[in-house]
Design a protein around this ligand. Structure first.
Ligand code: AFD
Ligand code: MN
Ligand code: MN
Length: 397
C-alpha cells in the first residue's frame, strides 16, 4: 500500500533526524597504498587542519558532529595532547569521536602487538591501549576502536592458540580499565597486512573475544573487511540479535580492503545493512551503534570524497527507512517472495534525493552539500595555505 506523500515526508524527517555519521581524521590526510602516495595540495597534515576540514563537512551536511582520531597520528604526545584537542573542539565546533590506538606501525610489532610471543612487547602494546583509553576519558569519548594487524605470513610460524590466549588476557585488561560509559569496539579483518592468519579474522572471533573481555566490549564491522561473497547484512543481523553490534567502519570495495567511498561499488549492500538496522531499532535493538566512516581517499579530493560519502550514507539510510516493514513482515510470513522483494527493492529504487534536499533546506543546510562545496573556494584556499608543505612530502613518505 503506497504511503501518502505527507507520511513519506514525516518518515523521511524522522529517519534523517536520527542519523549521524562520524568522519575519520585520516580521511583528510595524504594516505596511499603500499605502491606509493599521491599527495594532494589541500590535504590536512595537522590535527588542526583535520578539525577544520571536519568542521566544514559538518557545516555543509549537518550530520557529522564528531571526528574519529588516531592516537599516534593525531595525538603524537598522547594524553599531553588532550588539552589541545579540547581547544580545537571549542574552536571548530566538532568533537573528538572514537579513539583509535595504533598497534601496527611500531617496529617492535613486526610479529604482533597484543598477540606477540614476547611478553614485554605485549605489555608495551597493552600500555598503549590503556593510554588510549585514558585519552578517551580525557576527551569524554565513549568508544575505543581497536584494530589489530596481528597475524602471521607462513603456516607453522606462530602458535595460533597461544596468541588467542594472550589476546584474551590483553583485552580483559583493557576492558577492565574502561569508564562505566565507555566501550571497547573490537574490529575484525580476514587478511592484510598478515597473509596467512590474522588473529582477529572474522565476526565470530571478534564476538568471542568481546564476550571474554567483558560486557562493555562489542564488535566493530568494517564493511571492507569481508570476503567478496560474504553476506554482511546477515552478520549484522546476528550481531544485533546478540547485542554485540558496537558500530561500523563504512567504505566500499571491489576486491579487498580498498577503502573506496561508501556506495561507490555496491550501494545495495549498504541499503540491505541499513534495513537490518532499521528493523532492529524498531524492536529496541542497536540503539547505541556508532556509524563511522573509514576510508582512504587516494585519488578523489579528500573533502569531496568525505562530503559525497556522508550524503550517500544519508540517502541509503533514508531508502532503507522507507521500507514498509509491517507489510514486508506479512509477505515474509506468507512466503510471498516476489511481493516481499518488490516492496523491499522498491524502496531501494526510490529517488530520495528530493526528500533529503528538502530536509536539508528545512535545517538551514545546503540542499546539495557536494555542489555547495564545489561552488565554494574551501579546497582552493586550503591548497594555497597547505600546498607548499604537502608537495614537499616525498611520494614514499
Ligand atoms: C585500516 C585497517 C582498519 C582500521 C583503519 C584505521 O584496515 O580498517 O580500522 O586502518 O586504523 O583501514
Ligand atoms: Mn576500519
Ligand atoms: Mn580497513
Amino acid at each position: 500500500m503506497a504511503q501518502s506523500e505527507s507520511a513519506t515526508i514525516a518518515l523521511a524527517t524522522q529517519a534523517l533526524d536520527a542519523f549521524q555519521i562520524e568522519i575519520p581524521s585520516w580521511g583528510f590526510a595524504n594516505t596511499g597504498t603500499r605502491f606509493g602516495k599521491f599527495v594532494q595540495a589541500a590535504a590536512a597534515s595537522t590535527i588542526e587542519e583535520k578539525f577544520a576540514d571536519a568542521a566544514e563537512v559538518h557545516r555543509l551536511t549537518g550530520v557529522t558532529p564528531t571526528v574519529a582520531l588516531h592516537v599516534l597520528w593525531d595525538l603524537p604526545n598522547g594524553i599531553a595532547d588532550v588539552p589541545k584537542v579540547k581547544e580545537l573542539e571549542q574552536q571548530y565546533g566538532v568533537l573528538a569521536g572514537a579513539i583509535n590506538p595504533n598497534l601496527f606501525q611500531d617496529q617492535e610489532y613486526k610479529f604482533g602487538s597484543l598477540c606477540n610471543p614476547s611478553a614485554a612487547i605485549r605489555e608495551h602494546a597493552v600500555k598503549h591501549v590503556l593510554d588510549s583509553i585514558e585519552i578517551a576519558k580525557g576527551l569524554g569519548c565513549r568508544d575505543i576502536s581497536l584494530w589489530l594487524a596481528d597475524g602471521s605470513n607462513y603456516p607453522g610460524s606462530q602458535s595460533i592458540r597461544n596468541r588467542i590466549g594472550w589476546l584474551e588476557d590483553a583485552l580483559r585488561t583493557a576492558h577492565d580499565s574502561l569508564a562505566h560509559n565507555q566501550r571497547l569496539l573490537i574490529e575484525y579483518k580476514p587478511f592484510e597486512p598478515a597473509f596467512y592468519h590474522t588473529d582477529i579474522a572474522d565476526w565470530g572471533m571478534s564476538s568471542m573475544l568481546a564476550r571474554a573481555a567483558g560486557p562493555q566490549a562489542q564488535v566493530l564491522v568494517d564493511t571492507g573487511h569481508h570476503y567478496t561473497s560474504q553476506n554482511i547484512e546477515q552478520i549484522v543481523a546476528w550481531l544485533l540479535h546478540t547485542g554485540l553490534l558496537g558500530g561500523f567502519h563504512f567504505n566500499d570495495r571491489r576486491y579487498a580492503d580498498d577503502d573506496l567511498t561508501l556506495g561507490s561499488i555496491d550501494p545495495y549492500q549498504i541499503f540491505r545493512i541499513f534495513h537490518e538496522i532499521h528493523q532492529g531499532l524498531s524492536e529496541g535493538l542497536g540503539t547505541g551503534i556508532a556509524y563511522m566512516i573509514d576510508q582512504s581517499h587516494n585519488l578523489k579530493g579528500k573533502m569531496e570524497a568525505t562530503v559525497q560519502t556522508v550524503v550517500t550514507a544519508q540517502e541509503l539510510w533514508l531508502k532503507a527507512a522507507l521500507i514498509d516493514r509491517e507489510q514486508l513482515a506479512v509477505y515474509q510470513q506468507s512466503c510471498d517472495i516476489v511481493a516481499a522483494e518488490e516492496l523491499y527493492r522498491g524502496a531501494f529504487w526510490t529517488d530520495v534525493r528530493p526528500l533529503a534536499a528538502a530536509w536539508r533546506t528545512a535545517h538551514g543546510l545546503p540542499a546539495d552539500p557536494l555542489a555547495a562545496l564545489r561552488a565554494s573556494d574551501y579546497v582552493e584556499r586550503a591548497a594555497k595555505v597547505r600546498g607548499s608543505r604537502s608537495s614537499a612530502v616525498s611520494s614514499y613518505a
